[in-house]
Design a protein around this ligand. Structure first.
Ligand SMILES: CC(C)(COP(=O)(O)OP(=O)(O)OC[C@H]1O[C@@H](n2cnc3c(N)ncnc32)[C@H](O)[C@@H]1OP(=O)(O)O)[C@@H](O)C(=O)NCCC(=O)NCCS
Length: 148
């Protein structure tokens, strides 16, 4: 499938909130996302679409404060997972960050999210710390780091 990755716009907020909630179980919500898009100079939000019909396929968001950056969210819609699209998104964002002279990239991931853990390890992220009770349900997060 041919994909297009583009900057997220305000018109994309409903589909992102919907997919944040169904895939991640939580979302920043309309107002915070609007603020992120319009007011936060460190925030870069992207959408991945099917090039043929513009169907929403996935999302990645980062905060960039070179030489540091943080992945806030990355996901592929459940119907399309394990078909290489997460890798397309990750390859894209790594190139974007390198172009912004980022050398250290971090993210948090649930310790129980084994598919995401496997995904990040494949990309060379290593666990550097545990963030205790990071999530609303009290679950710990692994802080993972990759040098670009
Ligand atoms: C994590 C995620 C983005 C990966 O996207 P994807 O399109 O499914 O991944 P890909 O098909 O590109 O797979 C790349 C690698 O990820 C790992 N991986 C992906 N899905 C996996 C699964 N279900 N089980 C184990 N490893 C998996 C594998 O290492 C895979 O490499 P391989 O194909 O050589 O085995 C996707 O599964 C997702 O959206 N998950 C739900 C949201 C989420 O957990 N996001 C991260 C929050 S921190």
């Amino acid at each position: 499938m041919d994909t297009l990755i583009r900057f997220m716009e305000e018109k994309d907020i409903p589909v992102v909130v919907y997919n944040d909630r169904r895939i991640l179980g939580q979302s920043l919500g309309d107002e915070t996302l609007k603020n992120e898009l319009n007011e936060n100079p460190f925030a870069y939000y992207f959408i991945m679409e099917n090039l043929d019909n513009s169907a929403f396929l996935g999302h990645v968001s980062v905060w960039v404060d070179s030489p540091m950056a943080q992945i806030l969210n990355i996901y592929v819609v459940p119907e399309m997972q394990t078909h290489g699209l997460g890798s397309v998104l990750m390859d894209f964002v790594l190139e974007f960050l390198k172009a912004h002279e980022v050398s250290t990239l971090t993210l948090e991931v649930r310790q129980t999210n084994l598919s995401a853990q496997s995904f990040y390890k494949k990309y060379g992220f290593v666990k550097v710390a545990i963030r205790k009770q990071y999530y609303e349900n009290g679950e710990d997060a692994d802080l993972m780091l990759k040098n670009l």
